[in-house]
Each structure stands twice: as structure tokens, then as C-alpha cells.
Design a protein around this ligand. Structure first.
Ligand code: COA
Length: 229
């Protein structure tokens, strides 16, 4: 499963080609499955992460379809209707316990300006992969880090992730810079693993472990972000 528009790559490839095989929440061991019937609302300092909705299709199409955003990512759906289908697909995946997609909604906005996604790499979320993207007008504003803290607290505390992987094209300065800021550790290079824009790119594999996240957030006093349904 590929990462990058980590978000839409993994999601969309499966979305377009796989169909929705049976996979029930009972396969999720060691984690709450309450979220399979609807994602909780996560609060950051100036941002809310909530389940992606059909009404987000327009803003996501506009913001995530931007060349700057998708430069190192798999192509997202190329129509608003395509985003609507993608959103419906994420709901099915969440219900089956495999894949979750949070919309990033800054305070003062009503629609998504980005997404954080996570999918399990085995039968549980013990090892999982994430992908994220936000619209270019929000880059460098702190929105990413505020969203990421809430998202990662949920991943480690509720999904009981032990090892969280993230991948970014080696040339993707912001993507790799963002992963580094989260405390992720670069592990190795996947050579020429990802075709984008007519050429094959190297990807850097990063990981965050639960102990590291818990230590870092305890030290920074950023645990216990408000979580409500
Ligand atoms: C990845 C993304 C969500 C990060 O959000 P953001 O607001 O740009 O992130 P931030 O500005 O908080 O952090 C990026 C860091 O990378 C650094 N950076 C930017 N360009 C860089 C480069 N060429 N080399 C190294 N670091 C770079 C920035 O300086 C910043 O670090 P700083 O805050 O210490 O200065 C956003 O850039 C995005 O959506 N990109 C397109 C999608 C994508 O690439 N997703 C990741 C794929 S896994």
C-alpha cells in the first residue's frame, strides 16, 4: 500500500480497484471499536478534527487538487464528485475497522482544509501507516502541528498503535520536515518506489513508536487533548 497523498494514495488505489471485502470490527484486537460507528471529534488548540463529510468535497477538491499539494503525491480524485465517492468510501472503510480519515477544520471554518488518515498494516492497528495533507494557504501556520498532536494522541491512546509509519518522497522537503517535527525517525530509503509526474521517486520511511510519543508529549505537556464525540 503506498503512502503519499498518503492520504489519497492508499485510500484511492484500494477505492478504485479493490472493492470492499468483508472485514469486521471484531478483527480489531486490543483497541476500542467505538469509532467504527463514527469517529470522535478531536480538539487541538485552534483546530477540530472530525469525520470527513460529503460537504467537505468542494473545499478538499479545491485545496488538495492544487499542484503544490499533490506534487509528490498520488493524484487525488480529479472532480468534486470523485471526492464525494472517496468520502463515501472512507466511511465504509472506517465501519470495517481498516482505515480512518479525519477532516482538518480550523477554528472559524466549517469545511475541511486538509485530512489526516491512518490505516492498519495487519489485523490490528498495532502497526499502522499515516498520511496527511493540508491546503497550501495553511502551510507554515502551525495548523499542521496542532492537528497532528490531536491525531497522534488518538492513534496511540485509542487505536493502541505501537509503531506508526509515514512515508514521504525524498524530494518532498515539507513532508519530510513535517515528519521530523513530529519526532518521527527516518529509517531507510525505498528506492524508486513511487511513480509521480512521469518519474520514479525514492521514498523515505519514517516511524514513531508509542513510547517515544508518550514521553515526548508528557514532557511537553500536550497529552490529554480534549476528545469528544
Ligand atoms: C506536509 C504538510 C501537511 C505539512 O504542513 P506544513 O504546514 O507545511 O508544515 P510545517 O510548516 O509545520 O512544517 C514543515 C517543516 O518543514 C520544513 N521545510 C520546508 N521545506 C523544507 C525543505 N526543503 N527541506 C527541509 N525542511 C523543509 C519547514 O521549515 C518546517 O519546519 P519548521 O517549522 O521547523 O521551520 C503540508 O506541507 C502538505 O500538505 N504538503 C503536501 C502533502 C504532503 O506532502 N504530505 C506528506 C506526505 S506523507
Amino acid at each position: 500500500m503506498s503512502a503519499s497523498l498518503g492520504l489519497i494514495t492508499a485510500a484511492r488505489d484500494e477505492f478504485l480497484t479493490a472493492g470492499f471485502g468483508p472485514c469486521t470490527a471484531s478483527l480489531i484486537e486490543g483497541s476500542s471499536s467505538e469509532w467504527t460507528s463514527g469517529l470522535p471529534v478531536l480538539r487541538g488548540t485552534r483546530v477540530t478534527l472530525r469525520e470527513i463529510r460529503n460537504s467537505d468535497a468542494s473545499s478538499l477538491f479545491r485545496l488538495l487538487g492544487d499542484e503544490q499539494v499533490v506534487r509528490f503525491l498520488a493524484r487525488p480524485p480529479n472532480t468534486e464528485r470523485g471526492f464525494e465517492r472517496f468520502i463515501a468510501w472512507t466511511h465504509q472503510q472506517r465501519a470495517s475497522g481498516r482505515f480512518l480519515c479525519f477532516a482538518v477544520v480550523p477554528d472559524g471554518e466549517s469545511s475541511a482544509v486538509g485530512v489526516f488518515q491512518i490505516w492498519r498494516l495487519g489485523h490490528t492497528f498495532e502497526t499502522a501507516e499515516m498520511g496527511f495533507a493540508v491546503g497550501a494557504p495553511f502551510w507554515g501556520t502551525g495548523l499542521f502541528m496542532e492537528s497532528a498532536r490531536a491525531f497522534l494522541n488518538f492513534a496511540f491512546d485509542t487505536l493502541n498503535v505501537h509503531r506508526l509509519e509515514g512515508r514521504a518522497a525524498a524530494l518532498n522537503g515539507r513532508g519530510n520536515g513535517a515528519l521530523r517535527k513530529l519526532g518521527a525517525v527516518p529509517e531507510f530509503v525505498l528506492r524508486k518506489c513511487f511513480e509521480c509526474g512521469g518519474r520514479h521517486h525514492d521514498h523515505i520511511m519514517w516511524s514513531i513508536h508509542d513510547e517515544d510519543w508518550h514521553e515526548a508529549t508528557a514532557a511537553a505537556g500536550t497529552r490529554n487533548q480534549a476528545v469528544r464525540r
